[in-house]
Design a binder for this molecule. Structure first.
Ligand SMILES: [Zn+2]
Length: 107
């Protein structure tokens, strides 16, 4: 079940999803059996649900269609996009250190 399917499958207004003051994701509503698809979907998507339901103005990744919270120490990107930025920066630096042959500057 996708997150979208989970959200639409909840029994509103009897059920609600939220993040408490300790940052823990919570479900309140009708009791769910251990194999209930809603319980399984919550378990599967808990990390992203926690990020989505966390009140965090100005603390979300700036990349399009990315809703994760920004990484600790970053001002713009989630952990995955920080890794992508680092990898791209490393590629650019390696190109600056070792220019292609035949492109030496004339002094
Ligand atoms: Zn991101």
């Amino acid at each position: 079940m996708t997150i979208h399917e989970l959200i639409t499958a909840l029994d509103y207004p009897a059920a609600a999803l939220y993040v408490d003051v300790t940052g823990r994701f919570r479900y309140v509503g009708p009791k769910l059996l251990p194999d209930d698809p809603i319980r399984l979907a919550i378990a599967e998507h808990r990390a992203l649900l926690t990020a989505l339901f966390t009140y965090a103005p100005g603390r979300r990744c700036v990349f399009t269609n990315c809703y994760w919270l920004i990484a600790v120490g970053s001002k713009i990107a989630c952990p995955d996009h920080c890794i992508a930025i680092d990898q791209e920066s490393a590629i650019l630096k390696s190109r600056q250190i070792a220019p292609p042959s035949g492109s030496e500057a004339v002094v």
